[in-house]
Design a protein around this ligand. Structure first.
Ligand code: SAM
Ligand code: SF4
Length: 324
């Protein structure tokens, strides 16, 4: 489909210190035995192969990447590969990583927060880390990291906070990224819980009036539709994988914590790179094969009926096992 894949997202753990309802199934997940997970050396070796093939950006994710015991070592070693290195984190442990991020050349971080209200934050994460989250966000800000805040918008849960989030961009140069709620195995997705890009924008236009809402130019391969309120320092964007998939410019590939390559967040087929690596075989042919099989749109779920069909989306892993 003419797409160049230069951005690798590596999940380094399936574990997490939060239990977000839309990510982690209520009954929890059966964790993959440690022996089946990539070791630090294996992560670096696979990442190096991708870099040799042209990958120039790596994002660490999970689960929560910072709960992994050797996360510092992984970040430091990936920092030496000469790529743009970044992470998606829930922020709860970042106080322990400030120096590591700086030494590894991490400049930008995506931090997830779905509510600015303590009771709702606790409800969605099923944990009580609200104060720690804010303390750490301020710490990242004070240390000069460029911050993007990921907000999964869910109808009748936090769609009344869209404007409150945008108001955070008034005096701070941060980006708020509203993410359309996506269906995955066990996350109780329902169409009526979805708040679409169009609905988000309509709320924003009503509040600020259309002439004050600027549509920014998106970067090539950007999944986000970028906007800002004129005169505000920061910006906001919408990741509309459900209502406006951005597959035609997708440059992403994903490696799960157990060493499987997924060519799309929504694909239900995977290629086991770790097995070949452990048996001393080259993983390059598998990488090419996997990417050639990438479907044009959302793992083959190319229309709304397929995308919203639980029989199809439940053949995929839950988000916590993929790495968002
Ligand atoms: N633990 C880290 C965090 O929460 O930022 C990284 C992993 S998390 C799976 C990555 C991102 O995926 C988070 O911003 C999370 O909100 C988002 N996410 C998880 N499940 C989702 C879903 N069903 N729909 C949309 N976004 C989702
Ligand atoms: Fe953990 Fe992130 Fe999933 Fe929340 S979204 S349960 S923080 S992995």
């Amino acid at each position: 489909h003419g797409r160049m894949h230069s951005y690798l997202r590596i999940s380094i753990t399936e574990n997490c210190n939060l239990r977000c309802t839309y990510c982690m199934p209520a009954e929890g997940i059966a964790l993959t035995p440690k022996a089946h997970l990539m070791t630090t050396d294996e992560i670096i070796s696979i990442a190096q192969t991708f870099v040799n093939l042209g990958v120039n950006k790596i994002r660490l994710t999970g689960g929560e990447p910072l709960v992994r015991k050797d996360a510092k070592d992984i970040i430091q070693r990936l920092g030496k590969l000469g790529v743009e290195l970044t992470l998606t984190t829930n922020g709860i442990l970042v106080h322990d990583f400030i120096d590591t991020f700086k030494e590894a050349g991490v400049h930008t971080l995506n931090v997830s927060i779905d509510s600015l209200q303590e009771d709702k934050f606790n409800q969605i994460t099923r944990r009580n880390y609200f104060d720690k989250f804010w303390e750490n966000l301020e710490l990242l800000d004070a240390n000069g990291f460029q911050l993007k805040l990921n907000v999964v918008v869910i109808k009748d849960f936090n769609d009344d906070e869209i404007i409150d989030f945008i108001e955070m961009t008034k005096d701070r140069n941060i980006q708020i990224r509203f993410i359309e709620f996506m269906p995955f195995d066990g996350n109780q997705w329902k169409k009526d819980k979805l708040v679409s890009y169009a609905e988000i924008l309509s709320q924003v236009n009503d509040r600020y009036s259309v002439e004050n809402v600027e549509r920014l130019t998106d970067k090539p391969n950007d999944t986000a539709k970028n906007h800002k309120i004129t005169s505000y320092k920061g910006s906001f964007s919408v990741i509309s994988s459900v209502t406006n998939p951005f597959c035609s410019t997708c440059n992403r590939i994903r490696l799960t914590a157990d060493g499987k390559l997924k060519n799309c967040l929504f694909s239900n087929s995977e290629t086991d790179l770790l097995h070949n690596l452990r048996t001393g075989k080259s993983i390059e042919p598998l990488i090419f094969q996997n990417i050639k099989l990438k479907m044009a749109i959302r793992g083959g779920m190319d229309d709304d009926d397929k995308f919203q069909n639980p029989e199809l989306f439940s053949q995929n892993r839950s988000m916590i096992m993929i790495g968002g």
